[in-house]
Write a protein that binds this ligand. Structure first.
Ligand code: NAP
Length: 316
């Protein structure tokens, strides 16, 4: 096995993403030591039972001390508190990263607190399931998925390259872009689809009891897929919408305009308009399959035995 990329890795937060990184870093021999931190004793005990690390603490500073790489794996709204807690103990030259689904807000919350002698390289692995907590993690979560790095201007290139190597050896495909661009792209590819899912499932939940039962009974793949996405962690998604507000509102505005066009076409019986709109979107689907982001197998390749981890990919 190749040399580890880092000595000590500190994971601040050990839910789905933190525990998956722990499994993957261990499996691929990427670090010599893993320090695990989490907020609650219950999660900490579970992480220890699962043997996710070499040391366990409730104190972010204790975990981050002497670490060569610190990865913050908490809901994005908690980023600032973590940055404040770890800043005084960070080792000069250490790399501080995160996995948050929103990047501009994380940079705003963390950058100002971190000392000048560490390298801040925010990241977002675009991989997840609808499950949370340390039991949900598995080493293969990031395989063949994108991990986007959003280093602020002027970030040390060697630090970016080392973090890119870490994620590449975990099995991810790495791309570098600005935090602003990341947030705009993710608003339309992930955040708005989640909002639509939460909304449509909420609408069904508000229907009268007899209709609601039928919805559950006859849920075909369209609605069923929405319910899976709408089962995603409420804390994480609350924070995403609060912290990517501008980009989400911008994309939501465009979405509403396009929806109105379809609504009008239905009202006017304008079949050509609907047919054209639905034809255009098929090309996007073909493009996604061509670049390997999904499979063309019917029902998205889903078979009862296809996923061994009790979860399926989310739009994340
Ligand atoms: P998770 O399974 O719910 O785990 C969250 C972790 O953060 C736990 O260790 C939890 O501690 C801790 N935590 C929660 N609230 C906190 C707070 N206010 N202050 C300090 N620690 C707190 O979450 P996850 O799915 O791993 O998500 C973590 C991050 O990854 C989020 O920023 C999310 O945007 C990003 N992300 C998620 C996905 C996905 O699909 N899930 C994909 C890519 C990126 P306790 O359990 O001890 O309370």
């Amino acid at each position: 096995m190749a040399e580890p990329v880092f000595g000590k890795l500190a994971l601040i937060g050990i839910g789905l993403i933190g525990s998956s990184i722990a499994h993957a870093a261990r499996k691929n021999g990427l670090v010599r030591e893993i320090a695990v931190q989490t907020r609650s004793q219950k999660t900490l005990d579970r992480a220890a039972e699962l043997k996710l690390g070499d040391s366990y603490t409730l104190d972010p500073a204790e975990a981050a001390k002497d670490a060569d790489l610190v990865i913050v794996c908490v809901p994005v709204g908690a980023s600032e508190e973590v940055a404040k807690a770890i800043a005084p103990v960070l080792k000069p030259g250490a790399i501080v990263s995160d996995v948050g689904s929103v990047k501009m807000s994380v940079v705003r919350q963390m950058a100002g607190h971190l000392p000048a002698n560490v390298h801040f390289v925010p990241a977002h692995p675009i991989a997840g399931t609808e499950h949370s907590g340390p039991d949900a993690g598995f080493a293969e979560l990031f395989e063949n998925r994108w991990c986007i790095l959003t280093p602020p201007d002027g970030t040390d290139k060697t630090a970016v390259d080392r973090l890119a190597e870490f994620w590449t050896r975990i099995g991810a495909k790495v791309e570098v872009m600005s935090a602003e661009h990341h947030d705009l792209v993710l608003a339309i590819t992930s955040h708005i689809p989640h909002l639509i899912a939460y909304n449509i499932v909420g609408t069904a939940a508000d229907m009268e009891e007899n209709v609601r039962q039928e919805v559950i009974k006859f849920s075909a793949s369209g609605f069923r897929d929405f319910t899976r996405i709408a089962a995603s962690d409420p804390t994480m998604w609350r924070d995403i919408f609060l912290h990517n507000r501008e980009a989400v509102l911008e994309m939501l505005g465009r979405f509403s305009e396009d929806l109105t066009v379809l609504q009008r076409a239905i009202r006017n019986g304008d079949g050509d308009k609907l047919f054209d709109a639905f034809t255009r979107t098929r090309a996007i689907r073909r493009g996604i399959i061509e670049v390997g982001q999904d499979t063309a197998v019917p029902d998205f390749g889903r078979t009862p035995a296809a996923k061994g981890h009790g979860g399926t990919d989310t739009a994340e």
